[in-house]
Design a protein around this ligand. Structure first.
Ligand code: PRP
Ligand code: ZN
Length: 292
């Protein structure tokens, strides 16, 4: 029987490489990512991994060299290929921003009129300027964009910013955010049903991994007379697990809560009479952190 592999394109070396590899590993996909290896097969999932230049990934997916890929929304926006964006992955967050020399005055986009902006994102920047009615000149360069103002090549830059340290070391400051970006999973349009099934399988794992990272496991003790109120405060995935404790009149409550609101929930639980509250990441649960 001829088993089809899903071909996935990842960024070879750059801001998304590590996150992409980690994501596949967290999905329990085992493969060898030896330095400089352009292609590797997984041992326990029908997937083949290609390491490519990020700018090429959308086109390779569109052309069928790969079936799916992990790429930044910034690249997707610039190289506008007809692929399906199937999932935001939550890592590699950054923004594409226009930055100017830190001592330049700036109040609004109108200040960009007549300025020369160096960028590797002429497409995205061009659309932004048009939409904002700003008449700036775009100077396309492929790398080291941030040094352009310092050497008199441009008045401003439009480049990716994540920590901001590149701008800072080059005496620049952000003036406008052009777009926000993060890693996304893209797929070729009209994949056949076997490949679609593999994509769904992969996507199921990715979602489970990302959900586990966002969630916290909470354990607490509750006096039985306050149990109803306390369990109502727990927005668990399903209703919380409640078990009687050896000590009469007390119960142990276990639940999963979302990271974005767990400290508030913990506060409310305390006020409602919960004791011995323990908050664990799902990782700690799996690695035995809760066994004590
Ligand atoms: C981007 C950008 C800056 C840097 C900004 O390059 O061109 O150099 O990241 O990050 P910071 O705000 O954390 O300093 P990237 O590493 O993505 O490589 P690229 O030039 O291949 O896009
Ligand atoms: Zn790049």
């Amino acid at each position: 029987m001829n088993v089809q592999n899903l071909k996935i394109a990842l960024q070879r070396s750059g801001r998304l490489s590590e996150g992409s590899i980690d994501l596949l590993r967290n999905c329990d996909i085992r493969f060898d990512d030896g330095v400089g290896k352009l292609r590797s097969s997984a041992q326990n999932f029908p997937i083949e991994i290609f390491s490519l230049r990020d700018d090429d990934i959308p086109r390779y997916v569109e052309d069928g060299v790969a079936d799916v890929g992990i790429v930044g929304e910034n690249i997707l926006a610039e190289h506008g290929c007809t692929v399906d964006m199937i999932e935001k992955l939550g890592f590699g967050k950054c923004r594409l921003s226009i930055a100017i020399p830190k001592n330049d005055d700036y109040t609004s986009v109108a200040d960009l009129n007549g300025k020369k902006i160096a960028t590797s994102y002429p497409g995205v920047l061009g659309r932004f300027l048009k939409q904002q009615n700003a008449a700036a000149e775009i100077h396309t360069i492929s790398g080291s964009v941030e040094i352009a103002p310092g050497i008199g090549l441009a008045d401003a830059v439009c480049d990716l910013v994540s920590s901001g340290s590149t701008l800072f070391t080059n005496g620049l400051r952000e003036a406008e955010t052009v777009m926000n970006s993060e890693a996304v999973l893209i797929a070729r349009k009209n994949l056949d049903s076997d490949l679609t099934q593999l994509v769904d399988k992969l996507l199921f794992r990715i979602r489970a991994v990302n959900a586990a990272q966002r969630n916290r496991y909470i354990l607490l003790n509750a006096p039985n007379e306050k149990l109803k109120k306390i369990t109502e405060l727990l927005p668990g995935i399903k209703s919380p697990t409640v078990m009687p404790l050896a000590e009469d009149g007390w119960s142990s409550v276990h639940s999963v809560i979302n990271e974005s609101d767990f400290w508030e929930v913990v506060e409310r639980l305390k006020n409602a009479g919960a004791e011995g509250i323990l908050v664990l990441s799902i990782d700690q649960m799996i690695n035995g952190g809760c066994i004590s």
